[in-house]
Design a protein around this ligand. Structure first.
Ligand code: PHE
Length: 384
């Protein structure tokens, strides 16, 4: 072997060592961030919007010189809207792509399927959208490596129970739950408890499963119970298919929902007319005149030619939150970053001001959206 080939082999070895190495090289010019998202499957518009919001935030930051002088490289993995795939996607991002943090997933059940992988590998996980309390806090303990930048379901469920009793003057309610989702089951409990505390009565409770097609038999039972409002805490695919039917069955009472209704697909599936007299709680409205919202809506429209839904806004905010933590830590090292995330304070973002509490949850306002001929109309803002 000549000295030259030996030297060449050493260089090749170094380069290979760098690309496949253990921890991300401290002097790397890049910061790799993973995105575990529902890019296909049952809630695909959720994952796509959230990822688009994140990409816009990173693009703007990279154009302005990056974060701590480094460019952010965002690597997405599709969890196909399935919990087991969410575990796989997170494992791949952490062990193969060597990301320093994971953003996602959207749906609480899918994020819950990823928290253990992040925890075991000591990589911070930040979800922009998962609202179930168990995501960050379980068995009386905060999950050290898991954070969120949205409000939680005990707040969201209370907002709707209040709206039903105070604004709609409802005294009776029925609840139609998606039993395949932690999110839906959690919201059912909160709504029932609050509505009852406010003097109302839940007169019927029924359940369905994701991918169900026919809801007529159950809806007929719900109709017979004669509730003044029907609460459906679920995601747009099923909600769309469900909502088509009550109107066909002559159920005309207000239908109430949750952030999971926020998709351009909802009106496509249900039909615009069926959604009239429908209201849901959400994280933000693109109609908000707050200058931060106006600026974001403009930039997003320019980039994607679409009005950003709440997921896009929350995704954008989660990327800003992560970059803020990296800046304060002065490093993208996961352990330092985790501490900086936990210390997030008074961060002014599109969907509100974020201070993370001791459970790694922010306290934020919600909005109520009314559906009118398939369009989302901003009804009111509710502060915590
Ligand atoms: N909050 C939902 C969940 O936890 C996800 C979601 C957020 C859906 C925002 C739509 C809009 O499963």
């Amino acid at each position: 072997m000549t000295a030259l080939t030996a030297a060449a082999m050493m260089v090749a070895g170094l380069v290979a060592g760098c690309g496949g190495g253990g921890s991300p090289a401290a002097d790397s010019k890049e910061i790799k961030v993973g995105g575990n998202f529902e890019l296909t499957g049952g809630v695909a518009t959720f994952g796509q919007s959230t990822a688009n919001g994140i990409k816009l935030a990173f693009k703007e930051a990279n154009a302005a010189g990056g974060v701590i002088g480094k460019q952010i490289v965002f690597i997405t993995a599709d969890n196909k809207s399935e919990p087991s795939e969410s575990t796989n996607a997170t494992t791949k991002l952490i062990t193969q792509d060597k990301v320093v943090a994971v953003l996602g997933a959207v749906a609480s059940t899918n994020t819950l399927a990823a928290v253990q992988v992040a925890t075991d590998n000591k990589i911070p996980l930040l979800t922009a959208t998962s609202t179930n309390p168990k995501v960050t806090f379980d068995n009386g303990k905060v999950r050290e490596y898991v954070f969120r930048s949205c409000f939680i379901d005990p707040f969201q469920g209370t907002v709707m129970a209040n709206f039903a009793t105070k604004s709609l003057k409802a005294k009776t309610a029925a609840i139609y739950t998606d039993n395949s989702s932690d999110y839906s089951k959690g919201l059912t409990e909160v709504f029932e408890k609050t509505f009852t505390q406010l003097g109302g009565k839940v007169v019927a409770k029924e359940a369905f499963l994701q991918k169900d097609q026919d809801f007529k038999a159950t809806l007929t039972k719900l109709k017979a119970a004669g509730a003044e409002v029907i609460y459906i805490p679920a995601y747009y695919e099923e909600v769309g298919r469900i909502i088509k039917q009550p109107r066909e069955l002559g159920i005309t009472v207000p239908l109430l929902g949750t952030d999971g209704w926020d998709s351009p697909k909802l009106a496509e599936i249900a039909g615009a007319a069926a959604l009239n007299n429908g209201y849901f709680s959400n994280h933000y409205s693109p109609e908000d005149k707050d200058p931060k919202v106006v600026k974001f809506v403009e930039a997003y429209k320019k980039e994607y030619n679409q009005t950003p839904d709440a997921l896009a806004a929350l995704g954008y905010d989660s990327a800003l939150l992560l970059m803020d933590a990296i800046k304060r830590a002065g490093s993208a090292e996961p352990a330092k970053n985790k501490d900086a995330l936990a210390a997030t304070k008074n961060l002014q973002l599109v969907s509100g001001v974020i201070t993370l509490d001791e459970r790694h949850d922010p306290v934020k306002s919600a909005v109520i959206i009314e559906l009118k001929d398939g369009k989302q109309v901003f009804k009111e803002k509710v502060n915590p």
